[in-house]
Write a protein that binds this ligand. Structure first.
Ligand code: GLN
Length: 313
């Protein structure tokens, strides 16, 4: 969504943001990726995008943030289109883990060592390794173009500073990659894969764009603004199902009970929501809870879900 289309500020949403904001003081900005540590923990903003093209918002909605783990849903959609589900799910599973998103533990105890799902880091690294293209540049460009199409905003780019910061400190993700390579789940050069993965995680946008992407998933892969099918319905369905079962890491069960919408979070503090057939939601609140989810963002979604009966269950 370019600068020409603006969201209307909603007094009702503003009141929900004020209420949820109190929780930011109980959270902490992620700093294991040093460049993320600079965010203001008090920030909280939201945009809600409707299929008719209208949009309501509250907070500093112009502020950009990096997608981090939210990008995992989008790379999965691209790879399912590139390779088909049989190929993809031979290499990554469909089950929630109950472990933190960056855990290595289950890889060693499961046989074969294929990661349990595409939303944990190990699984997302496998997914990214399957993006088609002749070089890192070509593969990244394909993903970026896909994200620009989903957001309807061709100005979306990645943040070089965050990508570099993560690449230099991604020791655990490197370990996951080498483990996966040893077990032949991934092929090719690990440093190139990490280069691609850290750029993918550093793609940045504001919550209006994020709400628009959520809307495309909510509308079964169709962009309601131009009636274009951007991804097959079945792939949007698979992605939304993973958002329900694994989208909020090892807090997905509690989130399903308290909020009940397909959602995906990232350690930048972003949350993308896709309420089936209804709306797309983009939230940015960088103070995180102990599981790595936006603490006030979750509260905000809880308030909205209760007020508008958004739970799908
Ligand atoms: N880039 C981050 C990582 O790999 C993404 C994790 C997340 O957002 N939870 O550690």
């Amino acid at each position: 969504m370019g600068d020409d289309m603006r969201c209307e500020t909603s007094e009702e949403l503003k009141a929900f943001v004020m209420e949820a904001k109190q929780y930011t003081k109980n959270g902490k900005v992620a700093d294991y990726i040093p460049a993320l540590g600079k965010e203001n923990p008090d920030d909280l903003s939201i945009a809600v995008h409707y299929p008719d093209g209208s949009c309501v918002s509250a907070g500093e909605i112009d502020k950009k943030f990096t997608l981090q783990s939210i990008s995992k849903v989008i790379s999965l959609a691209l790879v399912l289109m590139d390779r088909g589900s049989e190929y993809v799910f031979q290499r990554v599973g469909m089950e929630p883990t109950g472990d933190p998103f960056n855990s290595i533990a289950k890889l060693e105890t499961m046989a074969p060592a294929k990661p349990l799902n595409p939303m944990i880091n190990a699984g997302a690294l496998v997914v990214t390794s399957m993006i088609k293209g002749k070089s890192v540049e070509e593969r990244f460009q394909r993903l970026l173009t896909f994200i620009q199409e989903l957001a309807g905003d061709e100005t979306v780019q990645y943040c070089e500073e965050v990508a570099r910061s993560e690449f230099e400190t991604a020791h655990l993700n490197r370990a996951l990659c080498y483990f996966l390579k040893q077990h032949r789940i991934i092929e090719g050069d690990v440093e190139e894969l990490l280069d691609l993965y850290t750029k993918q995680c550093s793609i940045e946008m504001n919550c209006l764009d994020l709400a628009k992407i959520g809307l495309v998933f909510a509308m079964d892969g169709v962009d309601p603004l131009n009636a274009r099918q951007i991804m097959p319905k079945d792939i949007a369905r698979i992605c939304k199902t993973f958002m329900v079962t694994c989208g909020m890491y090892n807090a997905s069960g509690e989130f399903a009970i308290k909020v009940g919408i397909p959602a995906k979070s990232g350690v930048s503090g972003g949350i993308m929501g896709a309420v089936p057939g209804t709306v797309g939601i983009g939230i940015f609140g960088p103070a995180l809870d102990e599981k790595g989810n936006s603490i006030a963002g979750i509260k905000l979604l809880e308030l909205l879900s209760q007020k508008y009966g958004l739970s799908m269950f």
